[in-house]
Design a protein around this ligand. Structure first.
Ligand code: GDP
Length: 203
């Protein structure tokens, strides 16, 4: 169990010159717009609205940095894949996220969030592909698990594992509503933080 004593917004950034000076280890959160990323982060840190759940999906196009316990940093990456977002916003997503993932020396790993009810889409697979390519460790949370029965969850877990070519035990069903999976996500984050030097420098 992780005890969050303090969770504070640090800054927003569009480009790397606006990132905070590299310091404590960072964990980034990535997922499609509306997947439940803000809700997941808020549940992890026990705050109602540390991360504002956006009423206009696809609008927020910034990276948001949050200091947790003065120990590590959560980085909320802009949600991708919102079809109705203006073309310019959709186009800015890739470079923004890619720049962060490629260049950030203190990045320890990524929490990739998928909707347990849906097949991973092309942008989800692209993200996971990038992470592999850059040698960045990740865990995968399957949000909104409360929307399915236990047997429904199991079925989707197997299907998504197949699509991602990974083991079902590698995927963490999560619900912001019931908080199911919270401890497993924290355990995964702990492992990312505790791993050795992190990603190779020349990814
Ligand atoms: P984001 O755009 O990825 O940050 O998604 P949000 O956290 O803003 O959530 C999008 C919508 O899904 C909101 O209406 C949330 O209340 C809802 N939602 C998020 N997580 C869950 C969950 O675990 N269970 C259910 N039932 N709804 C959720």
């Amino acid at each position: 169990m992780m005890i969050v004593k303090t969770a504070e917004f640090m800054t927003s950034a569009a480009k790397s010159s606006q990132y905070p000076a590299p310091g404590p280890p960072e964990i980034a959160f990535a997922g499609r717009s509306n997947v439940g990323k803000s809700s997941l982060i808020n549940v992890l840190v026990n705050r109602r609205r540390l991360v504002k759940t956006s009423s206009t999906p696809g609008r927020t196009q910034l990276l948001n940095f949050f200091d947790i316990n003065g120990e590590f940093i959560f980085v909320d990456l802009p949600g991708y894949g919102y079809a109705k977002a203006p073309a310019a916003v959709r186009k800015s997503w890739g470079p923004m996220i890619e720049t962060y993932l490629k260049t950030r020396p203190c990045l320890k790993g990524v929490v990739a969030i998928l909707d347990i009810r849906r097949e991973p889409r092309e942008d989800d697979l692209n993200l996971l592909g990038w992470l592999d390519h850059f040698g960045i460790s990740r865990i995968v949370a399957l949000a909104k698990s409360d929307k399915l029965s236990k047997s429904g969850q199991k079925k989707r877990l197997d299907q998504i594992a197949g699509a991602l070519e990974t083991d079902p035990s590698d995927l963490i069903p999560f619900s912001a509503k019931t908080r199911a999976g919270k401890d497993r996500v924290w355990e995964g984050i702990r492992n990312l933080l505790d791993q050795g030097p992190g990603k190779p420098k020349e990814a």
